[in-house]
Ligand binder design. Sequence first.
Ligand code: MN
Length: 424
Amino acid sequence: MTTLDSTHDAGLQSWVASANDPDSDFPIQNLPFGRFRLAADADWRIGVAIGDQVLDLRTAQLIDGNDMPQLLSLTPDARLALRQAIADGLCLGSPQQPLFAAALHAQTDVQLGLPCEIGDYTDFYTSIHHATTIGKQLRPDSPLLPNYKWVPIGYHGRASSIVPSGTPFHRPNGQTKAPDREVPSFGPCRRLDYELELGLVIGRPNPLGQPVRMAQAEDHVFGVTLFNDWSARDLQAWEYQPLGPFLAKNFASSLSPWVVTLEALAPFRAPFNRPEGDPSALNYLLSPENTAQGAINIELEVWLQTAQMQATGHAGDKLSQSNYRDAYWTMAQLVAHHTVNGCNLRAGDLFGTGTLSGPQPEQGGSLMELSAGGKKPFTLSSGETRTYLEDGDTVILRGYCVREGFRRIGFGECRGTVLPAVQI
Ligand code: MN
C-alpha cells in the first residue's frame, strides 16, 4: 500500500512554470508516464508529463533505454526511487535544471501513443450501479445476477484494437436482430455507445501457477489511465449469449496517453466497505489494507462534442460525472481474483474496470443508461438530441483527484471520434 512522502507536498513547485498553474493536470505531484515520439517514423520514447511539457527520461539520464515493460516491472522500492529522482530534478531550485531542461518537449510538438504495448486485455464489470441499471433493462425482476457480489465478473477482450486517445474509428458493421424479426439483418451498428472506464496498467508480472495474494496485489498495478470501451449495443444483444461480448467490443477501445501511478494516487485513497447487509467477499479477496484504503477517489466526467458543436467552436456538453470510489470491487481484488487460478499477468497487460456509473440515474457511464436503452432521447445545449452516438460525435473522458491540503492532479483526456461505417 502506497504511503505519503515529500513528493506529495502541496507546496512543492516546479521550474517548469506551466506545472504550477492550478488548473494543470500535471503538476510536479503527479508525474504520469507515457510514450511519445518526435515524428511518425521515429522510435517511441518514455516520457513523464509535467505541465504542458513532456520530460524525455532517457535524455534526462533517469533510465538507460526506452524499454517500457522493464520500467513497468520495477519493484515498488525502485518505482519510489525513480519518482523521487524525477521530482528532485523538476523542483524549483534543482541543480539538475539544465540537464532536465534539455530533455523537455512541448506536448503539442510530439505524438503521444499508447503508454505501452498492450499484452492481454481483460474487461471487468465493477460498478454495481452500472450492472443494476443494465440488468433492470434486461431483467426487471432480478437485475443483478446471483454471482455479482461473489465473483468480479470479467471477459477477455482483444488488445489489437486498443487505440491511443485521438484516434478516430469507423462505426462498426455487423449482425443485429430486432425482437419482432425472425432472422438477423446486416449493416452499420445503430446503437453505438461509449463506456466510461479506467484502465489499470499491470506492472510486475507473476509467474504462471503463482497466484498474487491480496496483500501484494497492488504491487502488480503500475498505474491508472482513462479508458473508453466503445460498444455496439445492438450487435452485443444478438451475439453475447452464451460466450459474452465479441464483435460488439473489439472494433475500437480508446486509451489515454498518461499512466497516473499508484504513488501519485496515494493521497486520494479511501476506505473500502460494502453496503450494510451485503455478504462479505470470500477470504482470498479480503485484506486489512483493502478495507482501510482499497478504494480511490477519482472524479470522472464524460463530455460529448457533436460535429455541429465542433464546427461552431462549442467545447461540448458534460453528459455525466461519477467517481471510482463507488466501484464494488477494488484494484487489488481484481488482481487477486484474476490470478487465483494461477493465471499469469505480464507487464503491459490492461484491465478495464468496466463502466463506472454512480448511484444516481444521471451518473450513468454509458448512453444505454442515460437514454434508458434508447427509449428516452435527451437534448444537448446545441438543440440537437441523442439516444446513441451519431457519426461525427467526439466523446471526451476526463478524470481528476482533489483533496483538501493536497495538490489536484488530473489524468488528461481520452478522446475519440465516430467516423461513418465502411461500405461492405
Ligand atoms: Mn466495458
